[in-house]
Design a binder for this molecule. Structure first.
Ligand code: KG4
Ligand code: ZN
Length: 411
C-alpha cells in the first residue's frame, strides 16, 4: 500500500474530510505533512493535540476541571490556574506521545491567547513560550472563538462564507466566517452566555443533589431532566422580543426562572437547596425559552445575510458549536430553522464542540496554510482576557430592524 493510500485510510479512520488535503504532494514529490501542536487553557480545560495539515488528529489529551468546580459552585480563577499548572506538562506530553511526534518535528505551536480567564490563559501561554523558545519553533497565537468557529472545517467540507453560532458557558456569538481570520460579528450576548445561565439555574435548583444528575454540567442536567418534564406548566417570556437585532440576553430570563423557583419553594414549604417536586417542568420550560430565544436571533441573522448577499441562498450553511450546542433540544430548534430557510445545518461532534486542544491545533493548521499570524519572534506577546471576534456590524443589523416571521417550532 503506498503512502497516499495509507494517508487516505487514516483520514477515513479519523473521520476527516479529504477535501482539504492538498499539501501532501507537490511537483510529484511526497512532502512531509506539516504538524501543529495546539494548547488550550482559556477556561477550565487543559487540552493539547497534534494535528497534521491533512486534518488527521494524531494525538490528543484533555484534563477537565469540571468535577472540582462543580463542588465549589463555579469556577474560581485561582483554582483553575493551579489545576492548569499541575496538568499542562503531562497533557502536552501525552498528546505528543500518542501522536508519536517529537517537538522537533512540529511546524509550529498554536496556543489560545484570547479571550478567556486571564489566570488560565497565562498558564498556557507561559508554557507554550518556553517550548517555542527552547525548540525554536514558530508560534501561532489563537483566538478561542475563531478556533470554535473553524472546527467544523476539520470534520466537514465547509467553504467560506458560513453563518456560525457559538454557544458556551462564556460566550454567545452570531458571526459570519468569511475566511480563516475574517469574521463579521452580527450579535452577541449583552450579559451572560446561555451555558452560564443554565449552570446558574441548575445550581439554584440544586441539581447536583438530584440522583439522575450527579456530576453533570448544569446545562446537561437541565437537558436531562427536561426530557421528562412538561414545559407547558410554566411560561417564561422570551427575552428581547422588541429588539430587532441579533444580540442575546439571558440574565433577565434567569431572574424569571429564579422567581418561579422561590415561589414554588414557598408553596411546597421547602428551604433553598431542597429539591422541588416540579424540577423537571421548570427545567423544560427554561430550556424551551433559551431555545426559542436562540432560534429567533439566528433567524434574523439568516435573513440579514441573505438580504445583503453575504450568504447565497443556494448554498448557505449554519454551523453551531460550543458546549451548549450539544443540547439536543436547542439543536432540533436550529435544525427546524435551517430546514425552513434552506440552510445546511452542521455541528462538530460533541467532544469537539466543547473546549479541547484539537480545535486549537486545527486553527494553527488553518493559519499556517493561509500564512496568517505565524510568528517567528514572540517578543511582546500577551494574553487578552477580552477580545472581540471580527468586525462588529451589529449596529448595522439593528438599523435594518428585520422582523422575524413566525416559525412553527414544534420541538
Ligand atoms: O464550550 P464549553 O465546554 O466551555 C466554555 O464555556 O467555553 O461549554 C460549557 C458550557 C457549560 O455552561 C455547560 O453547562 C454547557 O456548556 N453544556 C450544556 C450541555 N452540555 C454542556 N448546555 C446545555 N445542554 C447540554 N447538553
Ligand atoms: Zn470554548
Amino acid at each position: 500500500m503506498n503512502s497516499i493510500t495509507k494517508s487516505l485510510l487514516k483520514s477515513i479512520k479519523h473521520g476527516q474530510a479529504a477535501w482539504l488535503r492538498s499539501s501532501s504532494t507537490h511537483s510529484g514529490k511526497q512532502c512531509l505533512p506539516k504538524l501543529v501542536l495546539g494548547i488550550e487553557t482559556s477556561c477550565d480545560d487543559t487540552g493539547a493535540a497534534v494535528v497534521d495539515d491533512a486534518g488527521n488528529i494524531l494525538g490528543e489529551a484533555l484534563h477537565c476541571q469540571k468535577e472540582v468546580h462543580l463542588k465549589t459552585g463555579g469556577i474560581i480563577p485561582l483554582v483553575a490556574q493551579q489545576l492548569h499548572r499541575e496538568n499542562i506538562e503531562q497533557i502536552v506530553k501525552e498528546a505528543l506521545s500518542i501522536s508519536g511526534v517529537s517537538v522537533n518535528e512540529l511546524a509550529a505551536i498554536a496556543t489560545t491567547v484570547k479571550p478567556g480567564l486571564a489566570l488560565s490563559l497565562g498558564v498556557g501561554l507561559e508554557y507554550s513560550l518556553k517550548l517555542v523558545n527552547k525548540y525554536k519553533k514558530p508560534f501561532i497565537p489563537i483566538h478561542h472563538m475563531e478556533a470554535h468557529a473553524l472546527t467544523i472545517r476539520l470534520t466537514n467540507q465547509v467553504e467560506f462564507p458560513f453563518l456560525v453560532l457559538l454557544l458556551s458557558g462564556g460566550h454567545c456569538i452570531l458571526a459570519v466566517a468569511q475566511g480563516v481570520s475574517d469574521f463579521l460579528l452580527l450579535g452577541q450576548s449583552i450579559d451572560i452566555a446561555p451555558g452560564d445561565m443554565l449552570d446558574k439555574v441548575a445550581r439554584r435548583l440544586s441539581l447536583s443533589k438530584h440522583p439522575e444528575c450527579h456530576s453533570m454540567a448544569g446545562g446537561k442536567a437541565i437537558e436531562h431532566l427536561a426530557q421528562t418534564g412538561n414545559r407547558q406548566h410554566y411560561t417564561f417570556r422570551v427575552p428581547m422580543q422588541h429588539y430587532r437585532n441579533c444580540d442575546f440576553s439571558f440574565s433577565g430570563l434567569q431572574n424569571l426562572v429564579n422567581k418561579v423557583i422561590i415561589q414554588k419553594e414557598k408553596e411546597e414549604g421547602l428551604q433553598k437547596g431542597e429539591l422541588l417536586s416540579c424540577i423537571k417542568d421548570i427545567a423544560a420550560a427554561a430550556q424551551h425559552a433559551v431555545a426559542v430565544h436562540i432560534v429567533k436571533r439566528t433567524y434574523r441573522a439568516m435573513l440579514f445575510c441573505i438580504k445583503h448577499s453575504i450568504l447565497s441562498p443556494k448554498n448557505a450553511t449554519l454551523v453551531v458549536s460550543g458546549g451548549v450546542a450539544s443540547n439536543q433540544y436547542i439543536r432540533k430548534g436550529l435544525q427546524i430553522l435551517a430546514d425552513a430557510n434552506g440552510f445546511a445545518f452542521l455541528c462538530p461532534p460533541p467532544r469537539l464542540c466543547t473546549d479541547n486542544g484539537v480545535m486549537i491545533a486545527w486553527n494553527g493548521i488553518e493559519r499556517l496554510r493561509a500564512g496568517l499570524g505565524v510568528l517567528h519572534c514572540t517578543d511582546g506577546i500577551r494574553y487578552e482576557a477580552n477580545a472581540p471576534l471580527g468586525i462588529d456590524i451589529s449596529k448595522r443589523v439593528e438599523e435594518d430592524s428585520i422582523k422575524v416571521p413566525r416559525l412553527k417550532m414544534k420541538i
